[in-house]
Design a protein around this ligand. Structure first.
Ligand SMILES: [Zn+2]
Length: 410
């Protein structure tokens, strides 16, 4: 069976770095993880094994348009029906589009990502396209489908009492036949009764629910003007989402509400920064005890490289804490690993132990910028580049492996 000897493993739910005499796997399962002494410092490098990374907010459909929204506002770039993203995606044939998505999933694998939660536009067709790309690459695409068009006009949204039109209901059923769940751009895209219908249908079919909230103040303001309630309040009340993305302008009352709900938040500060938006209150969300995940958002806005997101998020949080000790870098790494467990369950553990899935990444800490680290968790979070990823495995399947790396075989 394949194995790695004399490495460092970030093991267990604490992701604690320990020396490891032998890390072995057979088929999809870790069969040996011989835990040695704790190890925070290196003198002359090592192979470092970490859990496979989860990117919990992507739109890989628009990865074919890198930096296409540069110079555009959030509304001009990303809102239906006339935003740049939707206009450009509608021009592509499946044959033109699919190779872009496959190539970007491969890029995710070579940067240590094993799975992603994708907010997939273009209705059932879009979900099917991503499913095909996932099957071609072995990256696990958790697909959260979205309506192709906007089911309501402005007058219906303002009146806020129309149920989901029959055509949209059929589209929703068709999305659910392919996708793992449902997502929408904002709570302001649908009426309250439509949200209740979608909640019930997705619950009946055992699907996930996801929504963007509080990306900017406009999300809250439009919702308040139409319904008297902010978008986060309505999301929790009407849609019961499994994950809530952005939270960049969440205020103290909203953070308390989210904490009381027990829901998971997803942050993507690099994408927020790139749009000139406020940065999420990472410190306040962590201190409120909210389960947090990390994402990279639109492919056209941001590279789907979680290593860069970990670095940015850690430094943002550090600045907000204003403290030499907080946060622990591993608290940030948890957002891309173990914190996925309450949302996805099943084979998704985000941690390494004997008997758990062989879903891991091998990092080359022999590189000059890593080999003498004085704080291994901090270096994993802030200094590892895509070139330092030697291999990425999901359930024992090799998603990426550098030529210079080969596991031993016994
Ligand atoms: Zn999104």
């Amino acid at each position: 069976m394949p194995e790695i000897r004399d490495c460092i493993v970030l093991q267990g739910p604490a992701l604690a770095p320990h020396r490891c005499g032998r890390f072995a796997w057979r088929d999809d399962t870790i069969t040996a993880l011989e835990v040695g002494a704790p190890c925070v410092r290196l003198e002359a490098g090592a192979l470092v094994v970490i859990p496979g990374l989860y990117n919990s907010h992507t739109h890989m459909g628009d990865s074919c348009l890198p930096d296409g929204a540069t110079g555009l506002t959030l509304e001009q770039g990303f809102f239906r029906p006339h935003g740049f993203k939707y206009r450009e995606l509608a021009k592509l044939t499946r044959e033109e589009h699919l190779p872009h998505v496959i190539n970007h999933l491969r890029y995710m694998a070579r940067t240590g990502t094993v799975a992603h939660l994708d907010f997939r536009e273009q209705g059932p067709y879009g979900s099917e396209l991503l499913r095909a790309a996932a099957q071609a690459t072995g990256v696990d695409s958790v697909i959260l489908g979205q309506f192709n068009g906007v089911p309501f006009d402005d007058a219906a949204l303002a009146a806020n009492h129309t149920p989901l039109p029959p055509d949209s209901r059929r589209e929703l059923e068709a999305i659910m036949d392919v996708a793992d769940g449902f997502s929408e751009s904002t709570m302001n895209d649908l009426t309250d009764s439509a949200w209740r219908e979608i909640r019930e249908l997705t619950k009946q079919r055992g699907k996930l629910r996801a929504i963007h909230c509080l990306e900017n103040a406009g999300y809250r303001d439009v919702s308040l003007a139409r319904t008297g309630r902010g978008d986060l309040v309505r999301a929790l009340e009407l849609f019961d989402p499994d994950i809530i993305v952005h939270l960049t302008v969440a205020n103290a009352a909203e953070i308390a509400l989210l904490a009381a709900s027990g829901k998971t938040g997803v942050l993507n500060p690099r994408a927020n920064a790139n749009l000139g938006l406020p940065l999420p209150p990472v410190r306040a969300l962590l201190e409120a005890g909210i389960n947090l995940l990390l994402g990279t958002d639109n492919g056209l806005l941001n590279s789907p490289n979680l290593l860069a997101e970990l670095d940015f998020t850690y430094k943002l949080a550090k600045s907000q804490y204003g403290d030499a000790l907080a946060p622990d870098p591993l608290a940030i790494l948890r957002m891309a690993t173990v914190n996925i467990r309450p949302v996805l369950g099943g084979d998704h553990h985000g941690q390494l132990a004997t008997g758990l899935p062989a879903t891991f990444v091998v990092l080359d800490f022999h590189q000059p910028h890593l080999r003498a680290t004085r704080h291994l968790p901090a270096s994993v979070v802030t200094r590892v580049t895509p070139e330092d990823v030697l291999a990425t495995y999901r359930l024992g399947r090799e998603l990426y492996r550098a030529e210079k790396f080969e596991p031993a075989n016994t």
